[in-house]
Design a protein around this ligand. Structure first.
Ligand code: TXA
Ligand code: MG
Length: 336
């Protein structure tokens, strides 16, 4: 493929034209940058898998801008789905529903379900409208790498592998959407994100009563059942080239790991800086909140790689609220 066009947010009509011709175009959303193609063009979808180096058994998310586009993808919207749509769309929530037969197999990796979200980002919504089609969009990074939260990160990973990138602002939330299976009686979170498990439980309870939110909804990422239902959890994810080391603030006084040698280049990110880690670190990022930590994590990872850091120490956070999603990404980034 020839060089990747850089489009401004005023040139969305050009991006839409490329999409209609079967091209692939990256664009900003409120979570991370997505790599878009028209959802009913299997050849264009195949280009996405190729550009990312994505395993073909990992299905994509379809982005829509209106209720009528939802009808193109599914025949029936369940009661559970209706409740969550009313509460969270447009926004960082992806719903897994039973698909129409017309939805291409390459998009869903052969599953009979399709993952759908309506983003709340104006550029994303406008591009979908101009393309006049739902757009598939996985995160716009090479497979296994941290998601791209800036257009420059998209270029770092995918330059000359994709037709164009819409150069918007850095993304607001910085981690991928919450993915929820709504094909059953209760919603099941398959991937944690900014719409928290607690928020979903509260929404469900307020609509159909507390007995409707059993503990079984809290499927942990390690569950075999979840692995089968959420194909993306099988693969390597979110990893910078540097080694990621997760530690808890309580470990500070124990024989806490310090750089193994003076040659080793170390970075640190977290909420509460420790003197000796700050001192040993060439790069450090003190985050004022879990939201800020999540929003900055991937760009920090990428900056560390650009500066040839060997080890990144990441402070762990409590697994509650947005902390659950952040710990999921940190744990996967640290996996060997
Ligand atoms: O925030 C986001 O969700 C971003 C932006 C661009 O919208 N997109 C994103 O896409 O993170 P991707 O491809 O990186 O992650 C999609 C996740 C994967 O874990 C995939 O396995 C899961 O959604 N998924 C897609 N279709 C599914 C389905 N039918 N059943 C279960 N999981 C599905
Ligand atoms: Mg991804």
């Amino acid at each position: 493929m020839c060089s990747t066009q850089r489009l401004t947010t005023s040139e969305l009509d050009r991006g839409a034209e490329l999409l209609k011709l079967g091209g692939v175009v990256a664009f900003p959303t409120e979570t991370v940058y997505g790599l878009g193609a028209c959802a009913f063009k299997p050849d264009a979808i195949a280009k996405i898998f190729q550009a990312k180096g994505r395993p073909s058994d990992n299905p994509l998310i379809v982005h829509i801008a209106s209720a009528s586009q939802l009808d193109l993808l599914v025949e029936h919207v369940s009661e559970v789905a209706k409740i969550l749509i009313a509460a969270y769309w447009p926004g960082p929530l992806t719903l897994v529903m039973n698909k129409r037969p017309e939805v291409p197999t390459v998009l869903t990796a052969g599953l009979n379900t399709v993952a759908i979200r309506m983003p709340e980002h104006q550029v994303a919504l406008e591009l979908i409208r101009l393309a006049d089609s739902p757009l598939v969009a996985p995160s716009a990074n090479r497979s296994g790498r941290p998601s791209a939260t800036t257009w420059q990160a998209v270029i770092d990973d995918l330059d000359s592998r994709i037709d164009a990138v819409v150069c918007g602002e850095p993304t607001r939330l910085g981690i991928e959407s919450t993915v929820v299976d709504v094909t059953g009686e209760y919603p099941v979170v398959l991937r944690h994100g900014s719409i928290t498990q607690e928020a979903i439980n509260a929404t469900m309870s307020s609509k159909i009563g507390p007995t409707a939110t059993p503990a079984s909804m809290n499927v942990e990422s390690s569950d075999d059942g979840l692995l089968k239902r959420s194909p993306g959890t099988r693969h390597r994810h979110y990893q910078p080239r540097a080694k990621v080391i997760l530690y808890s603030h309580d470990e500070i006084d124990s024989p806490f790991p310090l750089p193994a040698s003076v040659q080793e280049r170390v970075a640190w990110i977290g909420l509460e800086p420790t003197n000796h880690l700050m001192h040993a670190s060439e790069m450090s990022r003190v985050c004022g909140s879990i939201e800020e930590y999540a929003a900055n994590l991937y760009s920090f990872f990428r900056e560390c790689d650009n500066r040839h850091i060997d080890k990144i120490y990441c402070q762990s956070v409590p697994k509650q609220g947005l902390g659950t999603a952040l710990m999921d990404r940190l744990t996967r980034a640290a996996a060997q």
